[in-house]
Design a protein around this ligand. Structure first.
Ligand SMILES: C[S@@+](CC[C@H](N)C(=O)[O-])C[C@H]1O[C@@H](n2cnc3c(N)ncnc32)[C@H](O)[C@@H]1O
Length: 239
């Protein structure tokens, strides 16, 4: 059964609901949520080619060695679920109820025990230092530039001091041919998913009091896996 924390979670949608300017265009998180509401039932089909041709080995790599209580932030339709390590306790959040209900169906099909909540990653409502590991696959490319830091700060808040945050993200290719292909592809990605390739999420890590312990390309020079840990903060400082 899909679980939701109802009004409390819905209220958390508010902070991100102010239109933000990024990459020269206005992005309204409400529009992004509406987009995912519309696209949810086609999402797996639209992504099928990339899922099987590109993403599945990356998802497997991402979850390697993760244990304990794990948050899958921006769980979507639950594409990461087949790779959740055995013996872990996973919670998935997403701000699109329709994406979540598809995730719920996948969870049931796979016979997993995963709690799903309708929540905004910018303000989750989880207690401080709640998770051992946090993963976010193709979430930050959907968040506006102005939301990168608040989202990282929120993930840092709910991550244990000994925990880690694992982010799988697109970035613009450096190689001219691949970059040109991406430039052709970008309008579709923007229209269909509200996603951009220019988020450079790792550059906000310091400001979020996170230490990037690894940042490597896992697919050509366009998909990177960023691993970060909470950095020690001076006493009295809150992030
Ligand atoms: C590109 S999809 C990726 C889904 C999944 N992680 C995957 O790897 O297939 C991005 C997901 O993030 C969710 N999302 C976007 N902004 C969000 C926010 N502020 N809070 C929670 N979820 C969000 C969308 O609803 C969507 O399901």
């Amino acid at each position: 059964m899909l679980r939701s924390i109802g009004e409390k979670a819905r209220r958390f949608l508010e902070p991100g609901s102010v239109p933000e300017r990024s990459s020269g265009r206005i992005i309204n998180p409400r529009t992004t949520r509406a987009k995912y509401e519309r696209i949810a039932r086609f999402y797996d089909l639209l992504d099928l080619y990339f899922e099987y041709g590109r993403y599945r080995p990356l998802r497997a790599q991402l979850f390697e060695g993760l244990s304990g209580r794990i948050l899958d932030a921006g769980v979507g339709t639950g594409r990461n679920m087949p790779f959740y390590p055995e013996g872990t306790e996973v919670v998935g959040i997403d701000f699109s109820p329709t994406m979540l209900s598809r995730a719920g169906r996948r969870r049931d099909r796979l016979g997993l025990k995963v709690d799903l909540f309708e929540m905004d990653v910018l303000k989750t409502g989880f207690p401080d230092q709640h998770f051992d590991n946090i993963v976010a696959t193709f979430l930050f490319c959907v968040l506006d530039k102005a939301q990168q830091l608040p989202a990282l700060q929120e993930l840092r808040r709910i991550c244990k001091p000994t925990g880690s945050i694992h982010i799988l993200e697109y970035s613009w290719a450096q190689r001219p041919l691949q970059r040109t292909i991406m430039q052709l592809w970008a309008p579709w990605v923007r229209w269909a998913y509200g996603a951009e390739f220019d988020r450079d999420t790792e550059q906000y890590a310091d400001a979020a009091a996170l230490k990037v312990v690894e940042n490597r390309f896992v697919y050509r020079d366009i998909i990177q896996l960023i691993t970060a840990r909470p950095a020690a903060t001076p006493p009295g400082n809150t992030v």
